[in-house]
Design a protein around this ligand. Structure first.
Ligand SMILES: [Zn+2]
Length: 268
């Protein structure tokens, strides 16, 4: 493993446009429950999974009810504000501050990369702490609206101040498309990258899973350098399909700080 961390540090040190894709594995180390793991939210409560599948449909059919339910029901993820970034998140923020990492593209909705100090974060599946207009994709902070007042007066759902469209959670629900600004920016970053780290995700959820695959094909066809380094607890389809050049097997909260330490040595 030491040799592979060294190799990854070398690749990042030489890179011109390194990006990282992250997934649930990064957040479970902070105590955020995953969905389909052995003690995942949906493994324990299949009804919650059925409910999640219906969220977007409910929003489209009756946005008022969708909002009343969100404001009065239990939160699916528990208290996300109560968890903290772990050493893996901090190491990625450090790599960005050092000018090495250009983007974090995350499947996680928990805002932990931003809280760790990463500035260039693309929330591929949305952010649990933001709201988004379903028509024009304008983003809002939850504090931009007085939800308790709206609930009391029956004036839900909140409406977009730019276009009058209906506002929903920024979280991308099942059957909902990835917002076009997010998918365009992610694709642009992926095909421009010469080094891609993939941390804590098996990248099997589409269209996110397309990012390394499309980037690999594009870079190969254009004879451009491209190295994919996976940091995951177990081998994944990316490992098996040779999408990744190699796997550093371990916890992101342990491997990433070691990688950042190696890079620090190089830049001194
Ligand atoms: Zn709008």
């Amino acid at each position: 493993m030491e040799g592979r961390i060294q190799g990854a540090a070398d690749a990042l040190f030489r890179s011109r446009f390194a990006i990282v894709l992250t997934g649930a594995g990064m957040s479970t180390e902070s105590g955020v429950p995953d969905f389909r793991g052995p003690s995942g939210i949906w493994t324990r409560d299949p009804e919650a999974e059925q409910k999640a599948y219906r969220s977007y449909d409910r929003f489209k059919k009756n946005p008022k009810e969708y909002w009343v339910e969100r404001l009065t029901g239990p939160s699916l993820l528990g208290d996300l504000a109560g968890v903290s970034p772990n050493p893996g998140h901090l190491a990625l923020a450090e790599l960005e501050a050092a000018g090495i990492l250009k983007w974090v593209i995350t499947q996680n909705i928990d805002n932990l990369h931003q809280r760790a100090g990463s500035k260039r974060v693309i929330d591929y599946h949305g952010n649990a702490f933001k709201l988004r207009c379903a028509s024009c994709s304008a983003r809002y902070e939850p504090t931009d609206f007085d939800f308790q007042e709206m609930l009391k007066k029956g004036t839900l759902p909140p409406l977009c101040r730019k276009c009058g469209g209906v506002i929903k959670s920024d979280i991308v629900h099942f059957n909902e498309s990835i917002p076009s600004d997010v998918s365009a920016l992610s694709l642009e970053a992926a095909v421009a990258s010469d080094v891609m780290l993939i941390c804590g995700t098996s990248a099997v959820v589409y269209p996110f899973a397309n990012l390394p695959r499309i980037a690999k094909r594009h870079r190969r066809e254009s004879s451009l350098p491209f190295t994919v380094i996976e940091i995951n607890a177990e081998p994944t389809p990316l490992t098996e399909q040779n999408i990744s050049d190699y796997l550093i097997q371990g916890k992101t909260g342990e491997v990433l700080p070691r990688l950042a330490a190696e890079l620090k040595k190089k830049s001194i």
